[in-house]
Write a protein that binds this ligand. Structure first.
Ligand SMILES: [Zn+2]
Length: 275
């Protein structure tokens, strides 16, 4: 069995509208935090806390790195970011409060069964930045690999855009799914569609320019808003789709982090290939 990581790392900075900030706490500082945390957990009443903190200040209850094995506590990280940074799964709630006339599923409510299914890789690398990926593009890509979609397939749209992750182009240049292409897959029972680009729709600049030119609302996030009509999820910012050795005949697992009432959750999608 071979496992292929289809994620990109969540890291400080990077080309995101609101770049994540990761604060790294090393083993020495981690020891201080553990020591302080232990004192704060000891005792229940306000009086206990005051007494324990006093004993901490005078040194009796103080634990620092030197008190730990090898002079080190634990390392940890504090992350300030949004749920759409790095590889993540967008739940129907992200698209709108209702989907198919029912309350939309949050990331907690996305059935786990949807997130472990057969994968299908569609090559759309010929599509140009700013272009729509149309329903015909999807049909042609399926014809090229001689595959018929079945319900619950996890469809992966390969644009090749993950190669520009370190570049400002990552945010600005990519093709995007059209509403028709999205619904074409969803109407065949697909619940999750992944893309190896910043967004599932075309770049913000293309949507914005077309909207200002026409004042037609259908130019704004059409693939996202298709999820208000038919329930589905998509994965954004995938990576390594070029490493998949075949277009189908593999499984994809993509369980999102369980974040209460959220519209999206970070995910580490993995392809499982039986050899
Ligand atoms: Zn998203």
């Amino acid at each position: 069995m071979k496992l292929i990581d289809l994620s990109v790392p969540l890291r400080s900075g990077g080309h995101e509208p609101d770049p994540p900030k990761i604060k790294y706490i090393d083993h020495k500082r981690g020891a201080l935090l553990l020591g302080l945390g232990a004192v704060l957990c000891k005792g229940r009443s306000f009086f206990d806390h005051v007494k324990n903190f006093f004993l901490y200040l005078v040194g009796r209850y103080r634990i620092t790195a030197k008190n730990f094995p090898n002079g080190m506590g634990i390392a940890l990280e504090v992350i300030k970011t949004d749920t759409h940074a790095g590889t993540h799964l967008d739940a129907p709630w992200h698209f709108g409060p209702r989907s198919c006339g029912k309350p939309s599923k949050t990331i907690q409510e996305v059935p786990l069964e949807w997130c472990f299914a057969d994968g299908v890789l569609l090559d759309l690398t010929h599509k140009k930045p700013g272009e729509f990926i149309t329903a015909d593009d999807i049909k042609e890509a399926l014809e090229r690999i001689d595959y018929k979609i079945k319900p619950y397939d996890i469809v992966l749209i390969r644009t090749g855009q993950d190669k520009y992750l370190e570049d400002r182009d990552y945010l600005l240049f990519q093709p995007g799914m059209s509403k028709e292409a999205t619904l074409f897959l969803v109407e065949q029972g697909v619940k999750i569609i992944g893309i190896d680009a910043f967004g599932f729709d075309r770049p913000w600049v293309n949507m914005f320019t077309d909207y200002i030119r026409t004042r037609d609302k259908r130019y704004l996030w059409p693939a996202h808003f298709a999820g208000r009509e038919k329930e589905y999820c998509h994965i954004e910012k995938m990576g390594n789709l070029d490493r998949l050795p075949k277009p189908f005949g593999f499984k994809v697992v993509c369980f999102p982090v369980n974040i209460e009432r959220a519209g999206a959750g970070w995910v580490r999608p993995v392809a499982i290939i039986e050899e």
